[in-house]
Ligand binder design. Sequence first.
Ligand SMILES: C[S@@+](CC[C@H](N)C(=O)[O-])C[C@H]1O[C@@H](n2cnc3c(N)ncnc32)[C@H](O)[C@@H]1O
Length: 408
Amino acid sequence: MSFSNSTKIGHSVLSQRIINEIARLGPMTFARFMEMALYDPNEGYYMTVGTQASGESTQDSRIGWSGDFYTSSDVHPLLAQCLIKQIREMDELLGRPSQLTVVEMGPGKGLLARDVLRACVNEDADLSARLTYVLIERSPVMQKIQAHHLGEFLEKGWPIEWHTSLSALDQHSVHGVMLCNELVDALPVHRVRVSDHRIHEVFVDFQGGTLCEHLGELSTSDIQDYLACYTDGLSLKWPDGYSTEVHLELLNWMEEVARVLQRGFVLTIDYGHTASDYYDMSRKDGTLVCYHKHTASSNPFVRVGDQDITAHVNFSALAGKGTQIGLSVTGFTNLMNFLLGLGADEMLADVDPESEEMQSAIQFLRPQSMGQTFKFLVQHKAIESPTLAGLKFRPFFEEALLGVGSEH
Ligand SMILES: C[S@@+](CC[C@H](N)C(=O)[O-])C[C@H]1O[C@@H](n2cnc3c(N)ncnc32)[C@H](O)[C@@H]1O
C-alpha cells in the first residue's frame, strides 16, 4: 500500500494529514476521522471559514442560507423568544438568584444567543440585570463570528464570556441554565456494523488512492458497554449489514455538564430519537449524514474539511447517563410541542399568515418539517420535581426514554 501520493479527494492538506496518520498508526476509528475532519485546528470544517468567504458577513458561510446547512437559529427568532420565556420560568423556580448564569454550548454563529438576549432585554429588565451569558465554543473562528453577532451587547458592556471547553469552568460553578442547540449532533461518533453475526467497528483506511471503510474489532470496550446500556437491547437483534453510530463523546459531554452544574437545568435541543427508535430496523444504515451547500450525502470521504458531518442524537443515552450522575429527567418533547407549550401560537397571532415571516416560523410548528424531528430533553439538578410550560405537551413517555441505561 502506498501512502505517498496525495489523495484525489477533498481538502488536500487535511486529507493528506489523515492519510499520513493512517500510514503511521493503521486504520483510524471513524470518531478520530470525524474529529479531524470537523475540528483539526488548522483545516477542520468548524475551524476555518468556508470557501465562499468574501467581506464581513462571509464568516457565516458554513452555517446559513449561503453556507452548507441552516439551523433553527437561521430560520426565525421564535425559538429564542420561547426559550427566554422558559428561562424566566426556570429563574422563578430557582428563586430568582442574584446572578443567573446561562451557559450556551456550541453556539454556532451566535444567533440564538443574540436573539435570547434581545428577548430578555425586551421582556425582563430584572433578569437582564442579573444574567451572565457564557458561550462554550471550541473553534476560535466561530468565537469571532459569535462576537460579531453579539456586538450590540458587547458594546454595552454586557457580561458575556467565552471558553473553548467546559473544562475551563470549575466544578459546581453554574447556577442557572445550560443549553445547546445542535451541538451534540456535531460531536464525533464511532461507527459499527454487523458482519458474520458479530458487531465490528468501522475504521477509516486509505486504499487504492482513496479513503475507505475497513471493518475491525471494537477499538475500545466502551463501545460494547454503550451497546449493552444504550440501545434498548436492540443491538442483540441487528442482522448482518446493520450499521449505526455509537456516541461515546456524548457520554463524556454529559459528565462534564453534570460536573459543572451546581443547581439548575440542562436543555438539549437536537435531531434525535429514543434508543428504541434510533436502533430499530427503520434506521438500518444509521443516521450519519454530510452537508455541502444544502445537499445531503452519505459519503464522509469527499470534501474532507469542507463539508459538515453529523449524526442524530441518542436521547436515551443522554437521559440514562444523566440520571446516573445527578441529572434528573424533567421531560422530553419535540420542538412543536415545546413552542406550543410556551404560547408560540399566541406570539404569532398578529403575524400575517401569508407573510414570509409566518412561512419561516411555521417550519417550527409543522410536524413534517422541524416540528417533530427536533427533540427537547430537559434535565434538572437540586430542584424538587419542577413543572415547566415547555413540557406541557409531552408526546413521549419518559419510560421509553429511560428504559435503557438506568441499571448501569
Ligand atoms: C451545528 S453548530 C451549532 C449551531 C448553533 N447552536 C445554532 O443554534 O445555530 C455546532 C457548533 O458547536 C461547536 N462545537 C463542536 N464541538 C464542541 C465542543 N466540544 N465544545 C464546544 N463547542 C463545540 C462547533 O464549533 C459549532 O460552533
